[in-house]
Design a binder for this molecule. Structure first.
Ligand code: SAM
Length: 346
């Protein structure tokens, strides 16, 4: 068994924001070491149920061991949360009382030899799941200088993206984190302050390898539909790009009109389906940060579902999900199209 020392972040605040209740049904989209999952089950038992998802098979193993006591109340799925809706439909696990996203990486991943950290030498991998095809080394070694600069600027918000990209192209091929760190240091110099100069480039590559921002946005939209009335959506993010997506989506879905401000009469027809729980973002206390420095950048946002459709999912989506289970090689969008046509759905 792998050793695991991930300290869950903002646990009390998460349980409060989820308004965890006895017998409730919850989805933890980022199971990790199962720290939040245990807390949810403790507060919802007896009768509570938890569906836990993680893209990393190693995380599922660790969480399985941690959640032994609650094995009859848990269902753990090794998948990407971009498939949240299909997973919940497949296991008939909706509507739910609450959905949690605790984004980013667990300590087991940061401390592993999978290339997520610039602090120790490891292969340039950075995939959440070994089933993904593209590694960080693939991106570093095959992207053009302009593409690399774009990735580093967009996903790392790195001001020196062009210098770093130029140096990477000069130094490649590279296979290890140490080679990448050296190239970055040659481009912009070594550590000057608290933040290492490789921090932003590593973040950028990880986001690109795992399509983190696209998957987050897709999954959040799916999550809203899975919540029952007064169900809670809670998201803990660790960088400003993630937090922006969460904030904008929650704000938009908590407004009845999203027309541009200069519009005199509403033409959007948008209806609010969420209510913001905390108008101001929740962050860890100084004591939590001292005890767990990795919590320092955490930001928690929460919202409550206020309007629900009777059944948000079409028959075609349900069938597609069921058939998808039997014919795992089929591509779902193609299947969905066929089913839509078969059932003459728009
Ligand atoms: C910060 S950790 C979660 C820690 C967990 N809350 C705990 O208490 O132990 C984030 C986890 O989310 C997983 N993860 C990140 N993005 C994911 C995605 N798109 N789909 C599924 N899991 C994802 C990572 O593999 C990691 O295990």
């Amino acid at each position: 068994m792998v050793s695991f020392a991930h300290i869950p972040v903002l646990v009390k605040e998460t349980i409060q924001a989820l308004a965890v209740q006895l017998g409730g049904r919850y989805v933890d989209c980022t199971l990790g070491g199962g720290g939040h999952a245990v807390a949810i089950l403790e507060h919802s038992s007896p009768g509570g149920q938890l569906l836990g998802i993680d893209a990393d098979p190693q995380a599922i193993k660790v969480a399985e061991a941690k959640l032994q006591t609650y094995r009859d109340s848990t269902l753990l799925i090794n998948d990407n949360f971009v498939n949240l809706q299909a997973i919940c439909i497949r296991y008939d696990f909706y509507p739910v009382h609450g959905i949690l996203f605790d984004l980013g990486l667990s300590s087991i991943q940061l401390d592993s030899n999978r290339g997520f950290s610039f602090q120790h030498d490891a292969p340039l991998d950075m995939r959440l799941s070994p089933s993904q095809e593209i590694t960080a080394a693939d991106i570093v070694n095959t992207s053009s200088e302009a593409e690399l600069a774009h990735i580093i600027a967009t996903y790392g918000e790195e001001a020196h993206s062009h210098q770093i990209a130029r140096r990477i192209v000069q130094e490649r091929p590279m296979e290890t984190t140490r080679q990448l760190v050296q190239a970055i240091e040659q481009a912009v110099g070594g550590r000057k302050g608290r933040i290492h100069p490789a921090t932003k480039t590593f973040q950028a590559l990880r986001i690109a390898v795992n399509h983190e921002l696209d998957h987050l946005e897709t999954a959040l939209k799916q999550a809203i539909n899975l919540l029952g009335f007064a169900g809670r959506l809670v998201v803990i993010s660790y960088n400003s790009l993630e937090d922006r997506i969460v904030k904008q989506l929650m704000q938009r879905e908590s407004k009845d009109c999203i027309c541009p401000p200069e519009t005199l009469t509403c033409v959007c027809g948008h209806t609010a389906c969420l209510r913001l729980i905390n108008k101001k973002v929740i962050t860890p206390s100084p004591i939590e940060v001292r005890l767990n420095p990795r919590s320092r950048s955490a930001k928690l946002r929460a919202a409550e579902r206020i309007i629900v459709q009777d059944d948000p999912f079409s028959m075609a989506e349900k069938l597609s999900s069921l058939v998808g289970r039997e014919t795992s090689g089929w591509r779902r969008p193609a299947m969905l199209k066929k089913l839509r046509m078969a059932f003459l759905l728009p």
